[in-house]
Design a protein around this ligand. Structure first.
Ligand code: M6R
Length: 366
């Protein structure tokens, strides 16, 4: 079943281009620069006047929600609130009949996410689930479902479920923008074209595995890692750190690069590997100056950036090239790199990659 791969996680990492194709299939209407989500069955008129989206999820799916906020606010221009399901359900959230509650869950069985969705719908919100499992509890207990087509995910550490969630959120952003009249056809076409380039860009990043082997050799014994990103890549810094913690048992922290000077910079010395997500985008210059701050304190830099970015290559101890792609899809492509970093380090350490200690694939208890 592992089809020659050493672990399910590695197989699932490599499957991502095909599963993104599956998730986009039939949903992009190129001739109309629109997205077909008729399967979701939410009333278009209601959606056009929705006042706020509340995205709720746990773990990796929560990081997808954070990326979703960037996508939806910038593309559809509607306010998005993001919360951890386990926090949302125990505060007094502001939810009205004009709120769309989007619950993101691979399994559709996560207890906190189910309870948060129930709470939001009880307060009058409409519920949309982004879910990978047909007939799951979440899919049954909501108003509409947008399925990711990741296929069964066996590895406890989520990989292809995450990137297909991001693809679904990209589709949702364009769909909302078109329904609300906040996104014109020309702009929509640009975003849809970008989404269609994801599989090829992922294939490209999957062809060069040498940097990951080197990272494992050089830093496999490190006690702690820092992951830095800004803007739409900040959540990928969080996700990269979570992946490393889960499967290699190395402490890792994800940080918004601009926050470094407010505390975590104190941690940096020649022992500290710092993974920096720095492809060219609207915050590239800012990220680069944060990276210089790390360099000045002799931190070890693992940089993920554009293939032809010689300046970044020069600053990095280890460089992971990624193809130049539109900012909105950078999280999908960069995810593959952070997954591979975690996988190679865990494999180097010889941990049980697919079944890490203390973790279960779906968390059905509070
Ligand atoms: O099935 P869900 O998407 O609701 O699961 C949420 C989290 O439990 C899950 O993403 C968890 O954080 C993974 N182990 C991450 O790799």
């Amino acid at each position: 079943e592992k089809q020659g791969y050493k672990h399910f996680m590695l197989k699932e990492i490599f499957e991502q281009p095909a599963r993104i194709v599956d998730t986009l299939r039939g949903r992009i209407l190129l001739d109309r620069a629109d997205v077909d989500l008729s399967e979701v069955e939410l009333d278009a008129e209601w959606l056009a006047q929705v006042q706020k989206l509340t995205l709720i999820a746990c773990g990796t799916s929560y990081y997808a929600a954070l990326v979703g906020k960037y996508m939806i606010e910038s593309i559809a221009r509607v306010p998005v609130e993001v919360d951890l399901a386990s926090e949302f359900r125990y505060r007094t959230p502001i939810v009205t009949e004009n709120t769309l509650c989007v619950a993101i869950s691979q399994s559709g069985e996560t207890a906190d996410t189910l309870a948060a969705m129930k709470l939001a719908r009880g307060l009058g919100a409409k519920g949309l689930a982004i879910c990978n499992v047909i007939e799951s509890t979440m899919a049954r207990e909501t108003d509409g479902v947008l399925y990711t087509h990741a296929g069964p995910e066996i590895g406890v550490a989520s990989t292809k479920a995450f990137t297909t969630q991001l693809a679904a959120l990209g589709l949702l952003a364009v769909w909302l923008g078109r329904r609300r009249g906040t996104l014109d056809a020309e702009q929509a076409a640009v975003h849809l074209d970008a989404l269609r380039t994801v599989p090829t860009a992922m294939e490209e990043i999957l062809t060069d595995l040498e940097p990951y082997a080197e990272i494992a050799r050089e830093f496999g014994q490190a006690h702690s890692f820092l992951y830095l990103g800004r803007g739409i890549l900040y959540p990928i810094a969080l996700e990269g750190a979570l992946k490393l913690k889960e499967i290699s048992y190395i402490h890792a922290e994800g940080y918004a690069a601009g926050e470094m000077k407010h505390g975590p910079i104190a941690l940096i010395d020649e022992e500290m590997p710092v993974v920096v997500l720095a492809p060219r985008n609207g915050v590239y210059d800012k990220t680069l100056s944060n990276l210089e701050e790390v360099k000045a304190r002799e931190g070890k830099i693992i940089a993920i950036g554009a293939d032809d970015d010689n300046e970044l290559r020069r600053l990095a101890d280890i460089f992971i090239p990624m193809p130049e792609v539109a900012e909105v899809i950078q999280p999908l492509v960069a995810s593959v790199a952070v997954q591979l970093i975690a996988y190679y380090i865990a494999d180097f350490k010889g941990t049980d990659v697919d079944q890490p200690r203390n973790l279960a694939k779906s968390v059905t208890v509070e």
